[in-house]
Design a protein around this ligand. Sequence first.
Ligand SMILES: NC(=O)c1ccc[n+]([C@@H]2O[C@H](COP(=O)([O-])OP(=O)(O)OC[C@H]3O[C@@H](n4cnc5c(N)ncnc54)[C@H](O)[C@@H]3O)[C@@H](O)[C@H]2O)c1
Length: 400
Amino acid sequence: MVPGHFTCMEPQDSTENEKKGKKEVRRLNVGIIGCGGIAQNHVFSMSLLENNARKIWKWKEAPFKFKPKLYALADIDPKQVENLSTHFPVKKIYKGSTAGYDLIADPEVHAIFVLVPTSDHLDYVLKAAEAGKHVFCEKPLAFTPEDVDKMIAAREEYGVVIQAGLVMRSAPQINYLKQFFEEKREKWGQLTNIIFRDTQEKPYKGAEEVHNSTWRKDKDKAHAGILFEHTIHDMDGMIFTLGEIESVYAKIKFVAGIEDIEDSVAAIISFKNGVSLTINSMWNDIDYSQRRYEFFFENAYLTIIVDERDKKAVDIRYKYLKEEEKILDDGGMDQMFREGIGMPHINAEVPGPYYYEDLRFLDAIAREKPAEVTLEFGRYVQKVIEACYTSSKEGRVIHL
Ligand SMILES: NC(=O)c1ccc[n+]([C@@H]2O[C@H](COP(=O)([O-])OP(=O)(O)OC[C@H]3O[C@@H](n4cnc5c(N)ncnc54)[C@H](O)[C@@H]3O)[C@@H](O)[C@H]2O)c1
C-alpha cells in the first residue's frame, strides 16, 4: 500500500460527510515537466481522463470521488510550454532553467510526469519523490540500472507511486497476444522463433515530422542509440510476453559515426523458455518508420506490423496450417484489455496505449496501491540492453 497524496475538499470531516450522505472529493493535481513530443500524448490522455473521471472512477465501494486535473506545465524552453498551454490551458506554467524544480516545489501539485531527455530523469524523479509527489517517468528510466535502483529506494523511502513509461505493457494488443498465445499453445505448438525489426528515421535531425529535437545524438543527454532509446519498448514487450532472458549476443554499429549512439543493431536473444528472438534495429534516412514482428510456431505464423504513418497503426494477422489467413480485430483486443483492468468504455477515441498507461498511473494513486508497470521492469530491460552492448564490445555471448 502507498499513501495517497491529495487535496481533500468539500467537506473534509468524514463524520460530517456521513451525516450528509456525501462522498469526500479527492483532487489530484497533475504537473508535467517537459512539453515536447511525448508530452502531447500524455496531455491529450490527461484531458480525456479528466473529462471522463466521473465515469472511470465510479466504483461503488469507493468512499470518495476522484478528480484528477492537469494543473501545471513546466519546460526550460518558454516556447515549448507556451505552445502546449495554448492548446491545453492549465492553471500554472513554469518556464526557464528552474521550471521543473519550481513545479516540484508547488504544494498544489500532487503527481508529476517526467517527460524530458533521459539525462534529467533521475534528478527529477528523486526530487519529486522526496517532495512526496507521485511520479510517472518516461523510458529509459535512467542511464544505468544502478540509477534505477536509486529511484526504487526513493519510492520505498517516501511511499509514493512511481510508474515506468514502458508503454507496451499497456498496449491492448500485447496484452491480448500474451493470452492468445497461451490459448493457442496446444493447437499451434511451440513458439520457436521470432524475427523482429525496428526501422526508424534518424530521430535527431530536428524539424522532423515525429521528432523535432536533436538531443538523441548527444550521448550526455541520451546515453545511447536506437536499442536504448527505441527498441527498449519492443524488448520489454517481449519480456512481458515470454518471460526472462537467458543470454544475448549482439553486433552494434555506429554507422553515422556519432559517439556511443548506435544506429545499427543485430542481436540474438535467447529466452529461458527456449524461444529465439533475432533483432535488427536501424536508424536511417529513408522516409519510413515501421516495426515488424514475425512469430513462428510449429503449426502457425503470426505477424504484427506497426506503422505509425498508417491509419490502422497496428495490423495483426495469423495463419494456422493450411487455413486461410485471419486478421485480429482491434476493437476486441481493446475491450478485453479494458475489461481486464476494470475500466469502462468512454465515448471518445482513445489515443492508444498512452491513454491506458496514464489511466493505470492515476488509478494506482486513486486506489492507493503500487504502480503495475514497475521500476523493476525498467531496470530489467535496461540490464538486458547493457548486456547487448557488452556482448558487442567483447564479441561474446553474455548470460544474464
Ligand atoms: N514512450 C514513448 O513512446 C516515448 C516516445 C518519445 C519519447 N519518449 C521519452 O520521453 C522523453 C522525452 O522525449 P521527447 O521526444 O518528448 O523529447 P522532446 O525533445 O520532444 O521534448 C523534451 C522537452 O523537454 C524540455 N526539457 C529539456 N530538458 C529539460 C529540463 N531539464 N527541465 C525541463 N524541461 C526540459 C525540452 O525543452 C523539450 O520541450 C525521453 O525520455 C524519451 O525517451 C518516450
